[in-house]
Design a binder for this molecule. Structure first.
Ligand SMILES: Nc1ncnc2c1ncn2[C@@H]1O[C@H](COP(=O)(O)OP(=O)(O)O)[C@@H](O)[C@H]1O
Ligand SMILES: [Mg+2]
Length: 265
């Protein structure tokens, strides 16, 4: 894996280089002029198991040995009935919860064994989350919402605003940048949430039914944007969905049933 000159400013580069640690190597790609990175990064999940204790004291095994890997640039749909464990799997992959057993290699980082501070850096700098309910701040503008992950990284506010507007323009929402999110339609809000997840150029995007409460056209558009993003920066996209139409837009479809992935490869 290689580490080369950053197209970003020196100040930001030193900050992000530290923050990324060894888990993500970065190669300057053909998109460098537009500030994008080509990522050399993959995800390898081995024998992941997770159970929960219910309110009645019963232990339910949700994931019973999940194994799969995803190459850089690849988008994978995770299907399965409600309660099959899709959200649980995404939470484990993003380091939001710890597995009972098994390993998650995100590039060089062993997510399951990482310290809390390494996990916080991983989540802030390498993972983009998109949820069904977008958790946007409705009394901020679209551009302000999108720039938040950059401000968390202490990017210069003016630069953060510029990149937020650019990201919104790329998804066709440039004319909504200064609108309060609370005044946007559901589909527009979810596209703003997508921009917020992608503005950091995360190496892994975890999308939990991001199209679940949208009409088919907008749902397809969200999924297409994610697939395109994965290809463009060689990121890994994992998208949990109930929709066969949405799943079919991804490079590969895996189905969770009885705690295992059926069509793993
Ligand atoms: N924190 C938790 N405590 C107890 N049970 C949980 C917890 N999180 C998830 N579960 C249970 O795990 C199962 C899988 O849930 P989930 O991953 O949300 O499924 P899906 O996203 O496929 O609908 C469900 O039975 C759910 O109730
Ligand atoms: Mg779920």
């Amino acid at each position: 894996m290689s580490k080369v000159q950053s197209p970003k400013s020196q100040a930001e580069d030193s900050e992000t280089t530290e923050a990324r640690g060894s888990a993500r190597s970065v190669t300057q790609g053909t998109e460098a002029d537009s500030g994008l990175w080509t990522l050399d990064f993959g995800l390898k999940v081995t024998d992941l198991r997770k159970s929960f204790l219910t309110a009645t004291g019963e232990r339910i095994a949700v994931l019973r040995g999940v194994t799969f890997s995803v190459n850089p640039g690849e988008s994978v749909a995770i299907m399965g009935a409600s309660g099959a464990g899709k959200s649980t799997l995404l939470h484990l992959l993003g380091g939001l919860e710890a597995p009972d057993h098994g390993s998650i290699a995100a590039g060089d980082l062993a997510v399951e064994a990482a310290s809390q501070s390494a996990l916080a850096r991983f989540r802030n700098h390498q993972v983009g989350f998109v949820f069904q309910f977008h958790h946007l701040l409705t009394d901020l503008t679209a551009a302000e919402n999108v720039s938040l992950p950059l401000l968390v990284k202490r990017t210069n506010p003016r630069e953060a605003a510029r990149r937020a507007i650019q990201t919104l323009e790329e998804i066709g929402l440039g004319d909504r940048a200064s609108h309060l999110v609370g005044n946007l339609s559901g589909g527009e809000q979810q596209r703003v949430a997508l921009c917020r997840a992608l503005i950091n150029q995360p190496a892994i995007v975890l999308a939990d039914e991001p199209t679940g409460n949208l009409d088919d056209t907008i749902g397809d558009e969200i999924a297409r944007s994610l697939v395109k993003y994965a290809q463009k920066v060689q990121a890994v996209v994992i998208l949990a969905t109930h929709s066969h139409a949405v799943a079919s837009l991804c490079n590969r479809v895996l189905t969770l049933r009885d705690g295992r992935l059926l069509s793993a490869s």
